[in-house]
Design a protein around this ligand. Structure first.
Ligand code: FES
Length: 363
């Protein structure tokens, strides 16, 4: 038995001029069936944890084999579902942002050469990957790539450069204690080594068609996809009011801080607020910090008590993303204006976290 799923377009743009439908079996996830039939829907982790595949159920019944963590009670009450986990129990109508055909970027599997690696701070390495000569790698600002390791495992990292930088992929890799891939990157990886990547992946990317001002919130290496978005905005001459809040533990974790300060001084539409959760971390004199302290989502919430008119982009540790989601929705942020990506390995910059067991971007 098969059910039919009809896509009605996104809430902001519905109905699409390319209304589509696809079929799905009762034991199949909606995402799996859509991708199998070449319908380009947004997704990320495919395990119910990141929220990138969120869609609104307009009509019909679905079933989950477990309660997926990436949806808040408020989102569920408003009819949102996760395409990677939902299985059909009837024909369905969904409001979902199918990537427009111009954005339906093919996922590539290709070799890359490590052009160089450079420490950005005490535990973050910048990797510059060179594509094979003549290769064009298209992606949306905010997406990520997977390294395909020899033993079949994958390691995911957000792309940190803007799409206009041709022929190169920039990544920010945090050193994870006992993380074999990041150990390799920090110790034995040589320049010019050849690795294999797959991408672009993920449904976390900048929506340039909106005219709302933007709030960006990053935790640790969650800065990488945000930097990609900012570089895209600079390249495109997009001057939408944008406020970036970046949460790290201590001053020594603020890599690329000078660049962000420079942008905030030279771009009238952009401001930047670093937030330290532990100002004394790695610092003999914590009083040298005069800026914001505490949890970054609380600083954002205090500075923007009414979020109704903003688009919010969050990337970083799951606990930051979840706390931000709950707080911002409670402060009037419409669900459809909230975009986020959870970095399971970025927890190193976030206090009181247990190590997660999967490897979304950052690990
Ligand atoms: Fe579905 Fe991440 S929650 S792709």
């Amino acid at each position: 038995m098969e059910y039919r799923v009809t896509l009605l377009g996104s809430e902001q743009n519905a109905p699409t001029d390319s209304e589509k439908s696809f079929t799905v079996g009762p034991d199949q996830s909606l995402l799996e069936a859509a991708l199998f039939q070449d319908i380009a829907l947004p997704y990320g982790c495919q395990s119910g944890g990141c929220g990138a595949c969120r869609a609104k159920l307009v009509a019909g019944q679905i079933h989950y084999s477990y309660d997926p963590p990436a949806l808040s009670e408020e989102e569920k009450a408003q009819g949102y579902i996760l395409l990677c986990q939902a299985q059909p129990r009837s024909d369905l109508s969904l409001q979902v942002e199918e990537r427009l055909s111009s954005q339906a970027i093919p996922v590539r599997n290709m070799p890359v050469r490590v052009e160089h690696k450079q420490p950005l701070c005490h535990d973050v390495m910048q990797l510059m990957l060179k594509l094979p000569k003549g290769e064009v790698f298209e992606f949306l600002p905010g997406q990520y790539v997977d390294f395909l390791l020899r033993d079949g495992r994958r390691r995911s990292f957000s792309i940190a450069n803007g799409p206009a930088t041709k022929g190169v992929i920039e990544l920010h890799i945090r050193h994870v204690p006992n993380g074999d891939f990041s150990d390799f990157v920090f110790s034995s990886m040589q320049d010019r080594v050849i690795l294999r990547v797959e991408g672009p992946l993920g449904g976390f990317y900048l929506r340039p068609q909106s005219d709302h001002p933007i709030l960006m919130m990053a935790g640790g290496t969650g800065l990488a996809p945000i930097k990609s978005m900012l570089e895209y905005m600079l390249d495109q001459g997009m001057h939408r009011e944008t406020h970036l809040f970046w949460g790290v533990r201590g001053q020594r974790d603020l890599y690329l801080h000078e660049t962000l300060l420079e942008w905030s001084q030279s771009l009238p539409w952009f401001d930047y607020t670093p937030v330290l959760s532990e100002p004394a971390s790695g610092q003999p004199d914590a009083s040298s910090w005069q800026g914001e302290t505490g949890y970054v989502h609380e600083v954002v919430a205090r500075r923007f008590p009414n979020m109704q008119d903003y688009d919010v982009y969050m990337s970083g540790p799951p606990v930051m993303v979840q706390a931000g989601r709950d707080q911002f929705l409670a402060q009037g942020l419409p669900v459809e204006q909230l975009f986020y990506d959870s970095f399971d390995y970025a927890f190193q910059t976030w206090p009181q976290q247990e190590a997660p067991d999967k490897h979304k971007p950052g690990g």
